[in-house]
Every structure is written in structure tokens, then in C-alpha cells.
Design a protein around this ligand. Sequence first.
Ligand code: PMP
Length: 354
Amino acid sequence: MSRYFSEKYSALTPYVPGEQPKEMQYIKLNTNESPFPPSPRACEMAARAAQSLQLYSDPTCARLSEAVARALRVEPSEVLLTNGSDEILNFAFMAFCDEKHPAVFADITYGFYEVFAELHRIPYRRIPLQEDFRIQIEDYFGLHSTIFLANPNAPTGIALSPSEIEQILVRNPDSIVVVDEAYVDFGAESCVPLIHKYDNLLVTQTFSKSRSLAGGRLGFGVASRALIADLNTIKYSTNPYNVNSMTLAAGLGTMEDAEYTARNCRAIIENREYAASALRRLGFEATDSKANFLFAKHPLLDGGALYRALKEEGILVRHFDQDRIRQYNRITVGTKEQMDVLLSVLQRILEEKA
Ligand code: PMP
């Protein structure tokens, strides 16, 4: 830290992204990216947009907002596009949390919520998940706080139903409830239709997972016009051109190629169920994941040691050195071939152990 760094940030522990190794070709199952490339249409449209990079991007993201709104059956004024969904989450912390509106989230959930709360000096509280990592919805009733729910949750993959989330919305009529649907396309049900019924709901989604555009950095929020207007106040006070024009074009190409995304989601769900059954046969305990990753532990294997053993074998998974989940690893669901390599390496590790 330099002597110039503002004291207000000196105690900040930044978010630690998963490794993006350059030195070796790993089977990369650590950051929940798609194993499939972007839609060819997305690539073509991004390449064409590159030829106009001398111009600023459209700050209103009009065409892509319309395409997203059409697909989600909402109005363009109910959508705000951002630089990854991390940005809309950051905007939500800025817009809807303060001393009078502390943040609340689960003890085991997406690690960035805590970082945003610390960054903006927002008071926050973590609510422990139950022993089986499920959310007890009653724990979220009448909190008088801004609630952040990853649904499906990360890193467990466990999802709440929209009717359970609806009960949380009803019991917190004067608080914003943010439902982070980064992984919703892999088998959970979206709460987007509820934005017309609850003016305290903000749903966030991303193009990074099901839509194969993690490197493009594209996400969005869906909420009532009034909430989107609040979030736009934050956006235009920080970075009006927050989404670059190549990414806007890639996003539009992706929306125009919805069948490509749907097909990839079906493949990932199939590979997830295949890998989950095989892991259980090897003696792993895995949560009921509705996301593009599995969260598993083995009674004979230490979580950290397994992470290191897999890395030596050229397979990267994500291990969180955190209370309650130290024995687990989060494994991104890849292609069937990648899952087969993982499973045979795991089988060998277990045989060597026996
Ligand atoms: N929410 C959750 C639960 C996530 O796991 C992630 C990905 N790390 C994000 C949001 C943010 O992803 P992105 O900024 O790529 O949209």
C-alpha cells in the first residue's frame, strides 16, 4: 500500500477472482464459464462493431435493452445493462443501502456482496444457511434491510422457488430485495415476472454463464421503472458508457440466437446430472445444484488437498478456504468429455487413497 492510498479503503479486502492461468492448458472448471464459445452471430456482430470503435458506445444501450426486454416480457425502461452483473450489483449497493438500510445476505453466498458492503461502508449482516445449506425463508421476514439473494445460490447451487421469494418480498414491503439470477438458466425459475407485482424487487442476470460472454462483461438488472431510474442515476454519475460497443453488438447477436443459448443450457444440465450421479457413485456428497456447477465433498478426501491434487493433474476447480465449506470443492460443469476426464482422475485419486 502506498502512503497516498485513502485511509477509507486501507482495511479493504478485495474480491479474489478464480485463477485465469496463462502458463498451462488446464481443464478449467473453476470460474463457472461456459465450455461453449459465444454464438457465431455474436462474434460476427462484435467484429463489425469493432470498425466503429472511434465512436463512444450508446449510453442508453437502446437496441440491446429492447431485445432483452422483449425476451423477458418487460419494458425497455425496466431494464438496465451493465458491465457484467457485478456492476449492477455494485450500483444496487450504492443506490439502496446505507446506515438506515443495511445489507443482509447468507453466510455462504457470492463473496462480492461483502466486498461491496465494505467498499461503500454499508453495515451488513450474514444470515447462516441451515445445516444442509438451504435457506429458511422465515429468517428473511421483516428484516428492514436490503436483502441480497443469489438464486440459485453460489457456491451451493441450491435454488429457492419464486413463490418462496414472493413470501420474502411480501414480508419486506419497505425494503429492496435483490435476486441475483446469474445461474438461473440452468434449471431454476426466474423471478423476473414478479417485477410487475412488487416494486421492491430487483432481479439481476448476466451474459457470462449461459450466454457464453464472460469476457465481454455484460449483465443487467430488471425492476420497476422507478428503481431503474435510481440505478441510472448511479450509472450516469460513475460511467455513462459502461458497456462498450463490441459487447453491445455481441449481446444483440446472442439475443438473436436464442436457440443456440437454449441448446447449450440443455447440454450443461445434462452433463451436470451425469457428473452428479457419477460423483455420488464415487462416494461424493453433492448438493442439489440447479446451476452450471457442482458443490461436492468426499468423506475420505480433504477439500484443499483434493483441489491441489486435481491442479497437479491439470484440472482447476474452486476451493473456498472458509468455515463450513472447507471440505467442499466447486466444480464447473463443462463438456461431457471434460467431465469424463475429471471423473477418471477422481477415481484414480480415490483408488490411490484406498
Ligand atoms: N453473481 C454471482 C452469484 C456470481 O457467481 C457471479 C460470477 N462470479 C456474478 C454475479 C457476477 O458475474 P458477472 O459480473 O460476470 O456477470
